[in-house]
Design a protein around this ligand. Structure first.
Ligand code: AGP
Length: 610
């Protein structure tokens, strides 16, 4: 995700800002930029690519000033180009903004209140400096506006009014010509203030400033803050508020993980936000806009992928066929590429699901599908990745950078896209559609409840003692049991097999002993009794069974050894809470076993070889 940094104080700002940007490189980005303000001069520079390019381009810039803002961009709206890089300025070049988040209603703002403005970029962010400009002009006389001396309250009020137009998420920093300070604000995107001696640092998160100060103010939801070199003013809901300083004892590496021990745990805890951000990108006022109008003519869909993305595709098959009644064929990319696959692609849309957008097998499958004449779509988490350049269209998951080798939040955002796609293609009555949309919009909270309420550690301590285990499920939760098994084996090195619950009796029963615990997904659906029957068969062979079941299911505990309780949802949406629970189970089991977790042996985050 994007990173923003700002400085105001007694020292030269540019070197401080560039160092801060270097320290948040781990967040992932594709372009970057800075703006230095000095005596009313606004000096900026932007680059596509690494921050080191920015540093070398600016090494002889002579940009001097004690106020600066900077940005590392993880593109969501608009390709990674210099024009789309931040900071973005108003038409007079006197207001500069850097932003992390997604402005959901930027198009309607451009067509409405900003219809007379000329925009340089494709970004959502660029509406913000233009809004601040018209709000300043509405509050100040031309003399005041061009006096070259604006005060904190004038600027703060204009920024506050501009923010009232926005819907979506933001963490912003604003520099205004003639004002010797910075204004910042946050909504659903993190923002912190580092406190120094007659200087302040503002940033997306702690690593950016930890080399300068460990006195940190964690801004709260909808805080608006004004920093000048000698003062800080924080407001929320129109009234001044006081926010405590925290003294951070983290190391830099700890800080990059947001205080979590591993990136994987941080990324599992980001799953609710990843779902929300992905929904925000494609769901507006109950309407789904995936930009894939051609897909409505498809007679069938072909999904190709590898690993965890393949399990997302398997789940996607259940989702799309349930919602849209369109046949979906799934192929493991590495098999599809060398099969005598017969396909008339003229009425088939082929979709490649790949978090990295660089998986060689999946890219080959994409090319093969094009060869059959399919319209192709990439579902990926990385803007500008190879898959996006190969496919006719792209749907971006908005999970943000995923550092842990084991896919977690990217997987759950792939599922989110399949729910959107299935609903987009469905022909259900409007009332039923609205019910599904409402349940989909509740998924971030459902995921958050699993994180907050499920005591997974005790099950992990139990499971960590075993070397062999099965994960079983049926229907839409079969892919989730396969994913749960993959996650566990990847990072805990326990041999875990995902299996259709109804299939164990056709062979794997031979492996069942008291030393092969079985994790059974038993959230209620129309084959719950069947699955419960399978679990009874498993129990009869002496294997311990831990069920994943709904919080209000009083039946299940009679037949299993333990239960991981998840919030109740409809059967269709049960993969969401079940996935979060299984990702947590894999993580804590691996932690119990003292495994490496973020970088498991023999594995890579992106498998760019066939
Ligand atoms: C998932 O935890 C693994 N890291 C691996 O199976 C991964 O899903 C697979 O390599 C596909 O990667 P992609 O989504 O980037 O194409």
């Amino acid at each position: 995700m994007c990173g923003i940094v700002g400085y105001v104080g007694e020292r030269e700002a540019l070197p401080i800002i560039l160092k801060a940007l270097k320290r948040i490189e781990y967040r992932g980005y594709d372009s970057c930029g800075v703006l230095v303000q000095n005596q009313g001069e606004m000096m900026g520079h932007k680059e596509v690519g690494a921050i080191d390019c920015l540093i070398s381009s600016l090494s002889k810039s002579g940009y001097e000033g004690k106020i600066a803002i900077g940005h590392s961009r993880w593109a969501t709206h608009g390709a990674p180009t210099v024009t789309n890089a931040h900071p973005h300025l108003d038409c007079n070049g006197e207001i500069a903004v850097v932003h992390n988040g997604i402005i959901e209603n930027y198009q309607s703002i451009k067509e409405g209140v900003l219809c007379d403005c000329i925009f340089q970029s494709e970004t959502d962010t660029e509406v913000i400096p233009h809004l601040i400009n018209i709000c300043l002009k509405s509050k100040l006389s031309p003399t005041e506006l061009h006096s070259g001396e604006l005060n904190a309250m004038q600027v703060k009020e204009a920024v506050k009014e501009a923010l009232s137009y926005l819907r979506g998420s933001y963490a912003i920093l604003v520099a205004v010509k003639g004002f010797d300070g910075l204004v910042a604000a946050r909504k659903e995107s993190p923002l912190i203030v580092g406190v120094g001696d007659r200087e302040f640092f503002v940033a997306s998160d702690v690593p950016a400033v930890l080399n300068q100060t460990n006195r940190i103010i964690f801004l709260e939801e909808e805080d608006l803050v004004v920093v000048e070199k000698d003062s800080i003013y924080i407001e929320n809901g129109g009234s001044e508020v006081k926010r405590e300083e925290s003294l951070i004892e983290w190391t830099i590496e700890d800080a990059e993980k947001g205080g979590y021990e591993h990136f994987m745990l941080k990324e599992i805890h980001e799953e609710p936000k990843a779902i929300r951000d992905t929904l925000m990108g494609y769901l507006t006022e109950g309407r789904i806009n995936l930009g894939l109008d051609f897909i409505v003519d498809a007679e069938s869909i072909l999904l190709v992928a590898c690993g965890t993305s393949y399990y997302a595709a398997l789940c996607g098959k259940y989702i799309i066929e349930n919602l849209a009644k369109i046949p979906v064929r799934i192929e493991v990319a590495s098999e599809f590429n060398y099969s005598d696959f017969v396909l008339d692609g003229s009425k088939v849309v082929a979709m490649a699901i790949t978090q990295s957008g660089e998986t060689a097998d999946t890219l080959t499958a994409l090319k093969k599908a094009k060869g059959y004449g399919c319209k192709t779509v990439a579902i990926t988490n990385v803007l500008g990745s190879s898959a996006t350049r190969l496919a006719d269209e792209t749907i971006y998951s908005r999970a943000g950078p995923e550092i842990g080798v084991a896919a977690t939040k990217s997987f759950i955002t792939q599922l989110t896209i399949f729910y959107l796609l299935g609903l987009f293609l469905s022909k259900m009555p409007a009332s039923v559609f609205a019910e599904h949309i409402n349940e989909l919009k509740r998924m971030p909270q459902i995921a958050q409840r699993v994180l907050d309420e499920v005591n997974i550690q005790k099950h992990a301590r139990y499971l960590s003692k075993y070397e062999h285990t099965f994960f079983v499920g049926r229907g839409i939760n079969l892919p989730i049991s396969l994913e749960g098994a993959l996650k566990l084996k990847e990072i805990s090195y326990i041999h875990a097999e995902g299996y259709a619950a109804g299939e164990l009796k056709h062979g794997p029963f031979a492996l069942l002993t008291e030393d092969t615990p079985v994790i059974a997904i038993l959230t209620r659906d129309d084959i719950y009794e069947k699955t419960l029957g399978n679990v009874k068969e498993i129990k009869a062979r002496g294997s311990p069974v831990i069920a994943i079941a709904e919080e209000d299911d009083e039946e299940v505990e009679k037949y299993v050894d333990d239960v991981i309780r998840v919030p109740r949802t409809s059967a269709l949406f049960s993969p969401i809470p079940n996935t979060v629970a299984l990702h947590l189970l894999a993580y804590w089991t691996a932690k119990e076993r003292g495994c490496e977790i973020d970088k498991p042996r023999n594995l890579a985050k992106s498998v760019t070889v066939e």
